[in-house]
Ligand binder design. Structure first.
Ligand SMILES: Nc1ncnc2c1ncn2[C@@H]1O[C@H](COP(=O)(O)OP(=O)(O)OP(=O)(O)O)[C@@H](O)[C@H]1O
Ligand SMILES: [Mg+2]
Length: 355
């Protein structure tokens, strides 16, 4: 049984859900809406096949409850009242569990798949009872995920979480730097004092690690992320041009670097640049209040989707951008999981599975 256990790292952020496993990885916006019938939309999909249509029916086998959801881009495009998942207690919230189950279904090796899930909680919530509750609540969950449209239409995945472990978000980024794909220590320069900035959609997790140990008193969350930069340009559009845009729409405007005003597209590179600089200054000031001497840090790793955006603006001389910056947490969780599940496999070769 343990040989068929699939190890996955899942990073359920306020903006995006990211999942990393042996041969596959996926991300989608952490937005969920109640699903509805897509008979008409499915006709156009025949001509315009789209590969990531997350129209899913999820049965929680523990409770017997079935729900129909639109997730990610589909929820933004077609959902009624699409909502970001901003609940604290992710294991008790059926929308969060829908995101988790969908992420596992997307990378599942087999149609019936047992998982070892390693995931994270924001640094702000980590020290609390939430971590224990979350870890316990994840274990033993069973879901059936049925894809109702898109490339996977008609496919069904039976998912079981046999075991789960929860780390602080941001620590995954550290593990991704230190460990190789088998979970062995590979980059020994990361045993030296290392700072992690995991810049996300709504928050930035700042973690200080010394000799592999995250240090509590120098690790802290900041309620500041990419959405702050979006809000600055959102206000500018509202006040200067009477144009209202949602945060979901601002994401797209930032990607395209242009916005439609009357009948013309206006390039907004200078506005983006100003917003990125202002966000970087705010982050640097907040960090300087807690990390009084950044020269003591051998490495400063800048990750998260926001890390990709702000890396060039942050002027720490020892800065590093990981190759898969937005996935770095999920990837680090997966690497640590490979090591632990390897150990599980050896220890429990002749004993029962931790179910
Ligand atoms: N290549 C890129 N360039 C600029 N911005 C990017 C890039 N890739 C991702 N982003 C931005 O990064 C943000 C998402 O980052 P990430 O997935 O790390 O957030 P999150 O983990 O969901 O949020 P949080 O950490 O607050 O919970 C998005 O707002 C996205 O627009
Ligand atoms: Mg994040």
């Amino acid at each position: 049984m343990l040989d068929t256990l699939q190890t996955v790292g899942v990073d359920m952020g306020f903006g995006w859900t990211k999942v990393w496993s042996d041969h596959s990885y996926q991300k989608f916006p952490a937005v969920v809406a109640r699903g509805n019938d897509r008979n008409l939309a499915r006709i156009t999909e025949t001509f315009k096949p789209s590969d990531m249509v997350l129209d899913v029916e999820i049965t929680n086998q523990s409770t017997g409850v079935t729900g129909h959801y639109f997730i990610g881009d589909l929820a933004i495009r077609e959902g009624e009242q699409p909502t970001y998942i901003w609940s604290k207690n992710k294991a008790a919230d059926d929308m969060s569990l829908a995101c988790l189950a969908t992420s596992l279904a997307l990378v599942a090796r087999n149609d019936h798949q047992d998982f070892y899930v390693i995931t994270g909680l924001p640094v702000a919530h980590f020290g609390t009872q939430l971590k224990e509750d979350f870890q316990q609540a994840l274990k033993g969950n069973k879901f059936t995920v049925r894809f109702l449209s898109g490339r996977l239409q008609g496919r069904s995945k039976e998912i079981r979480i046999l075991s789960a472990k929860v780390f602080p978000q941001g620590y995954g980024v550290y593990l991704d730097q230190l460990l190789d794909a088998g979970g062995r220590i590979a980059a020994t320069e990361y045993l030296a004092p290392t700072g992690i900035l995991d810049i996300g959609f709504k928050t930035t997790d700042v973690v200080f690690v010394n000799d592999m140990q995250p240090v509590d008193r120098s690790s802290f969350p900041l309620e500041l992320g990419m959405s702050w930069a979006y809000e600055q340009v959102q206000k500018h559009l509202n006040n200067g041009y009477d144009i209202q845009k949602s945060l979901e729409e601002m994401e797209i405007i930032f990607q395209e670097k242009q916005v439609r005003i009357n009948k013309e597209y206006k390039r907004i590179d200078p506005w983006i640049e100003t917003a990125y600089r202002a966000l970087t200054d705010r982050l640097k000031n907040e960090i300087a209040r807690k990390w009084t001497n950044t020269t003591d840090l051998d490495n400063i790793v800048i990750a998260g989707g926001g890390g990709l955006a702000l890396y060039d603006y942050l002027d720490y001389p020892q800065k590093v951008l990981p190759p898969d910056a937005q996935f770095s947490n999920a990837k680090g969780f997966w690497k640590a999981g490979k090591k632990i599940s390897g150990g599980l496999r050896n220890d429990q070769r002749n004993t029962a599975v931790d179910a």
